[in-house]
Design a protein around this ligand. Structure first.
Ligand code: ADP
Length: 497
C-alpha cells in the first residue's frame, strides 16, 4: 500500500492527514497554535509556530499511522489563504509575524487605492473586491513599516509568500520560492486572466517584483521534503488554498459543480471551468486550481455567520447545550411557526451587501417557543447559502442540480434536508468529510502518478444523499418571507453623527 500525506495549515491549527491509495484516511494529527492580537482588529501568527506545529503534526501523524516512510509517495500542502509572510532569502528568517487574513490593519491603504480610482481595474485584473482581507495591502503595510525593508526587497534580499509558499520554502531541501495559482489569486497582485503578477497593481501598492514567488501549477512536484524531517526526501507535489482544495476534494471537476463548507461561516465555491465569470452580485472570481498550465476558475461567495449562529444559541442564549442538539429540537416542531432569524451579526454579505444590517428575529407570537427559534436559526444557514448559490447561477448561467457539502454543521441532517428542499437540489455529504486535506492529497497523488483523472473521480463517495422533498408553493412562500425578514434587518446600525 502507498500513501499520500496532506498538510492542512489552518487559521487555528496545523494538521497532517494520511490517505492510502484507496483514498481512505489512515491517520491524522492536529496541533493548535497561538493567535496574536496586538491591537483591536489586528491578528498575527508567529511564522515559526506555523512551521513547527506543521512539522510536528506531520511527524505525529506518521507515527500514529505506523506507515513506513518509504511508502509515502508524496506530500500535498493546503493552507489558510491570504495570510502574508516576509522572510530573508539568505537565512529563511521571518522579518516579522505573519499578518493573518482576518487582520484589518491595512484598511486605510485599501481606501486609498479606491480613492485613487483603482477599484475597477483591480476587480478586472484580480477578480477580487478591494479589501484588506487579501495579501496585497498587508505586504504594502509591512514594506512601509519595517525600516529598510523596501530597499532590501529591491536588492532581492527578501521573500514574500502566503502560507503555502512559506511552508514549501522551509520544508523543501531545495528552498524553492513558489506559490500555486490558487494562492496567488488571493494576493490582489495577480492577474487571473493573464496568469501573471500585475505590474500596474505592484506599482499601485509600491511592491518590488523581486519579492515575489514563481507561480506554479497546483498539482506538480515543486521540491522534496528535507531529509531531516522524516529521514527521507519525499516529493512535495501540490499546493492549493483551503477552499480550492476542498472543491477539488469534493470532486467538483466539471463546470457547474459546487460545494459548500458549513463551518463558523459558509464558503460556497462553484467551478466555472475555463472561463472566469465576472459577477454582477459582488461574488469573487478566483482560480480554482491550475493543472498542466491550464487554470480552472471558480466563483466564490461566503456567508459570514453560518454555524456561528448555533454557537450563539449555545453560548450566549443558552438555548441549547451542544450544537448537535439543535437537530432534534428543530425537528420537534412541524415548521418554523412563521419565525425568521437573520443572523446579520456583522452585516450581510453576498448578494445582499449591507454592512449596516444587524441580527433580527421576526414573526414572534405568544406561541413561539425555543424550538421555533432554534429551527429558524438552522433554516437561516440554508437560506443564506441558497441566496449565494442562486446569485452564482444567475452570474454564470449554470444551474447545478447537486451541491456537495462538508464542514462541522453538515453533520446536521435536518439542516441538510432543509438545504436540499430550499435549493431544489440534491445535497451530497461525502464519506470523507476532511475534504480540504483530501483535495491536497488528490492533487499531490495525481502529480506523482498515483491516481489518474478517472480514478480521482471515484475516490470520494457519498455517505448520504438528501433529495428535495418540498413543493414549489411551500418553497416560494418560505423564500418570500425570508426576503421580507432580510429587508427588516437592513440599515439597523447607523453611524454616530
Ligand atoms: P470552523 O472550521 O470554521 O472552525 P467547523 O467546520 O469545525 O468550523 O464547524 C463548527 C461550526 O459548526 C460551529 O459553528 C458549530 O456551531 C457548528 N456545528 C457543529 N455541529 C453542528 C450540528 N450538529 N448542527 C449545527 N451546527 C453545528
Amino acid at each position: 500500500m502507498k500513501y499520500i500525506v496532506a498538510l492542512d495549515q489552518g487559521t487555528t491549527s496545523s494538521r497532517a492527514v494520511i490517505f492510502d491509495q484507496n483514498g481512505s484516511m489512515v491517520a491524522k494529527h492536529g496541533i493548535e497554535f497561538p493567535q496574536i492580537y496586538p491591537k483591536p482588529g489586528w491578528v498575527e501568527h508567529n511564522p515559526m509556530d506555523i512551521l513547527n506545529s506543521q512539522i510536528t503534526s506531520l511527524k505525529m501523524a506518521v507515527e500514529k499511522s505506523g506507515v513506513d516512510v518509504a511508502d509515502i509517495e508524496a506530500i500535498g500542502i493546503t493552507n489558510q489563504r491570504e495570510t502574508t509572510l516576509l522572510w530573508e532569502r539568505s537565512t529563511g528568517k521571518p522579518l516579522c509575524n505573519a499578518i493573518v487574513w482576518q487582520c484589518r490593519r491595512s484598511a486605510p491603504l485599501v481606501e486609498r487605492l479606491k480613492k485613487d480610482g483603482l477599484g475597477n481595474m483591480l476587480r478586472d485584473a484580480t477578480g477580487l473586491i478591494p479589501d484588506a482581507y487579501f495579501s496585497g495591502t498587508k505586504l504594502q503595510w509591512l514594506l512601509d513599516t519595517i525600516s529598510g525593508a523596501r530597499k532590501r526587497a529591491l536588492n532581492g534580499e527578501l521573500c514574500f509568500g502566503t502560507v503555502d509558499c512559506f511552508l514549501a520554502w522551509h520544508l523543501s531541501a531545495e528552498k524553492v520560492h513558489v506559490t500555486d495559482a490558487s494562492n496567488a489569486a488571493r494576493t490582489m497582485l495577480y492577474n487571473i486572466y493573464d496568469q501573471k503578477w500585475d505590474e500596474r497593481l505592484l506599482r499601485a501598492m509600491n511592491i518590488p517584483a523581486q519579492l515575489l514567488p514563481e507561480v506554479v501549477d497546483s498539482s506538480r512536484v515543486i521540491g522534496h521534503l528535507d531529509k531531516s524531517i522524516l529521514g527521507r526526501e519525499i516529493p512535495i507535489a501540490s499546493m492549493a488554498g483551503d477552499q480550492h482544495a476542498a472543491l477539488f476534494g469534493q470532486g467538483c471537476f466539471a463546470p457547474g459543480m459546487a460545494k459548500n463548507t458549513y463551518g463558523t461561516g459558509c464558503f460556497v465555491l462553484m467551478n466555472t471551468g475555463k472561463t472566469p465569470v465576472r459577477s454582477s452580485n459582488e461574488l469573487i472570481t478566483t482560480v480554482a486550481w491550475r493543472i498542466d498550465g491550464q487554470p480552472r476558475y471558480a466563483l466564490e461567495g461566503s456567508v459570514f455567520v453560518g454555524g456561528a449562529v448555533i454557537q450563539w444559541l449555545r453560548d450566549e442564549m443558552k438555548l441549547i447545550e451542544k450544537a448537535s442538539d439543535s437537530e432534534a429540537i428543530a425537528m420537534s416542531v412541524p415548521n418554523n411557526g412563521n419565525v425568521y432569524f437573520v443572523p446579520a451579526f456583522t452585516g450581510l454579505g453576498a448578494p445582499h451587501w449591507d454592512m449596516y444590517s444587524r441580527g433580527t428575529i421576526v414573526g414572534l407570537t405568544r406561541g413561539t417557543g425555543r424550538a421555533h427559534i432554534v429551527r429558524a436559526a438552522l433554516e437561516s444557514i440554508a437560506y443564506q447559502t441558497a441566496d449565494v448559490v442562486n446569485a452564482m447561477s444567475a452570474d454564470s448561467g449554470m444551474k447545478s442540480t447537486v451541491m456537495r457539502v462538508d464542514g462541522g454543521a453538515s453533520a446536521n441532517s435536518f439542516l441538510m434536508q432543509f438545504q436540499s428542499d430550499i435549493l431544489g437540489m440534491r445535497v451530497l455529504r461525502p464519506k470523507v468529510l476532511e475534504t480540504t486535506a483530501m483535495g491536497a492529497a488528490m492533487l499531490a497523488g495525481r502529480a506523482v502518478g498515483m491516481w489518474n483523472d478517472r480514478e480521482l473521480e471515484k475516490l470520494q463517495t457519498a455517505d448520504r444523499e438528501f433529495v428535495p422533498n418540498m413543493d414549489d408553493v411551500t418553497r416560494n412562500n418560505l423564500l418570500k418571507k425570508w426576503n421580507r425578514a432580510i429587508e427588516r434587518s437592513r440599515g439597523w446600525e447607523i453611524e454616530e453623527e
